[in-house]
Design a binder for this molecule. Structure first.
Ligand code: FAD
Length: 466
């Protein structure tokens, strides 16, 4: 029987999960369709990319998945990878403010205080800054509005000092963006809801975010990876897909709407005829792919930032001032160009050979994007100089691995949700059977991408069965 084709564009975690869930549904429902996944590069995995070198397991892109978000864990269990999972080592983490490492205060959610005691004892904010932050308890709530920047709500409630010294370094790291430009509703809508309901974020968080259980033993880490690194989930998904599902080294140039569906045109000149399409590529690719349709043009103006990480391997003896903990994030008002540092050998001990240390640092603040393009040697020296302001490292790294991610971190700027809804609404009218998923849309975290993939698959099946 000649099967009709559903095309998935992009072979990152979103595209691979979509292909997996789609083939599962096709098998279970005995549907007459086949799946083709088209990937531009010569490998799948996208921003998940694990490198093995000299006994080290080095994540060039994403480092772990958060265990609290169910779609990730569900897929891992379904793929039979539960025994491969490892949890991060827990320990003290720090915030570096104006050159000094401060312990991350307890009793806070994303840097926003939930318990007053630990906040008052923390050295991160001056007494005046603390008084200003506590005005959150009495300040009138802001007006109802469809969206605003994350920074504007936080600065209004807590003042600048707490935001700059504690909250911003944590939040901007997740999105590699500027909290003063990020959409509140696309990133932390609960902050808006808590302000509206309780008139105070501190009161709202106290009411709604439970304190971690008091245990005498070690609590398991909040994140997980796999013994062989995050690439494990990518490899397993590939193994589960039907033969010949994936087409590597094939860029989708554009997509033409036809009476019977879509023609997916590849850079090779080949054409795949599709009855339905799921795109999982970054938002910047969409206006060109669907150039016949003006409604996707606004995605040309949505920014995407760049970051680089530098992983450096040392003999443990080279680190003279070893700090007990798993790493630190850096506040913008510090004279540092690194934005975060993970002591990977402590966070993921099984990924580093005995007696060795692996330190992974990020660069690429929103207003320091040019650092990502520095030549390798300069970048390593810059990172080492910054590290030596807090740790005494007496040797050059045994080796270093630099990973540059250019124009790749989608920025959920103010109005993001409205922009996405509008594009989806137009697509449902003008491009029936085409669905958009992936990190440019509803969440950058891997579990969010898996969730979007599963939802897009339901939409495709519903579309084809009606
Ligand atoms: P991608 O992984 O970007 O995949 C898209 C694919 O589409 C790519 O393979 C690309 O080659 C392909 N493509 C592009 N254009 C075309 C075309 N025209 N035709 C065909 N194919 C095309 N998330 C976490 O949960 N935990 C973390 O620890 C974490 N750390 C991160 C660290 C870094 C450095 C980065 C960059 C991201 C991190 N993230 C993390 C975010 C997370 O990794 C990504 O949001 C997620 O992996 C994105 O998956 P995706 O499938 O949507 O997109």
């Amino acid at each position: 029987m000649n099967k009709q084709t559903i095309v998935i564009i992009g072979g990152g975690i979103t595209g691979l999960s979509a292909a997996y869930y789609l083939q599962k549904a096709i098998r279970e429902k005995d549907l007459p369709y086949q799946v083709r996944l088209v990937e531009a590069s010569s490998r799948v995995g996208g921003k998940i990319n694990t490198l093995k070198r000299d006994g080290f397991i080095i994540e060039r892109g994403a480092d772990s998945m958060i265990a609290r978000k169910k779609p990730g864990v569900k897929l891992v269990e379904e793929l039979g990878l539960k025994d491969e999972m490892i949890r991060n080592g827990t320990g003290q983490s720090y915030i570096l403010v104006q050159g000094k490492l401060h312990k991350m205060p307890k009793g806070a959610f994303m840097g926003v205080p939930k318990q007053i005691g630990p906040f008052l004892r923390s050295g991160l904010v001056s007494p005046t800054g603390k008084i200003r932050a506590l005005l959150d308890l009495v300040k009138a709530k802001g007006p109802e509005q469809p969206d605003q920047s994350l920074g504007s709500l936080l600065r209004r409630r807590f003042g600048n000092e707490l935001v700059d010294n504690e909250i911003e370094p944590l939040l901007s790291g997740i999105y590699s963006g500027d909290i003063d430009e990020m959409s509140l509703m696309a990133t932390f809508p609960n902050f808006y809801q808590l302000e509206q309901k309780y008139g105070s974020l501190i009161k709202g968080l106290k009411q709604t975010v439970p304190n971690p259980p008091k245990t005498t033993g070690k609590t398991p880490g909040a994140f997980f990876s796999f013994k062989d690194g995050l690439q494990t989930i990518v490899d397993k998904l590939v193994e589960k897909l039907d033969e010949n599902t994936i087409l590597l080294d094939s860029i989708v140039d554009h997509i033409e709407k036809k009476d019977t569906g879509y023609h997916v045109l590849l850079d090779s000149g080949d054409v795949i005829k599709a009855v339905s399409v799921i795109t999982t590529t970054p938002h910047q690719t969409l206006p060109k792919m669907f150039s016949q349709f003006n409604f996707l043009k606004p995605f040309d103006d949505v920014p995407a930032s760049s970051v680089a990480n530098v992983a450096m391997a040392f003999d443990q003896s080279a680190i003279k001032q070893d700090i007990d903990g798993t790493g630190f994030v850096v506040s913008r008002n510090s004279d540092f160009r690194i934005t975060a540092c993970t002591w990977t050998h402590k966070k993921w001990p099984s990924c580093t050979p005995e007696g060795k240390a692996l330190i992974r640092c990020y660069v690429g603040r929103p207003h320091d994007q040019e650092v990502v393009d520095l030549p390798d040697e300069e970048l390593v020296q810059l990172v080492l100089n910054d590290l030596n302001k807090t740790m005494n490292i007496t040797a050059e790294p045994e080796f270093s691995v630099i990973s540059r991610w250019k124009n790749i971190m989608p920025q959920y700027t103010v109005g993001h949700i409205e922009r996405i809804e509008k594009a989806r609404q137009e697509a449902s009218e003008q491009l029936p059977g085409v669905y958009f998923a992936g990190s440019s849309f509803e969440g950058v975290g891997i579990p969010d991408c898996i969730d979007q993939a599963e939802k897009a698959v339901h939409q495709v099946i519903d579309f084809l069965q009606t």
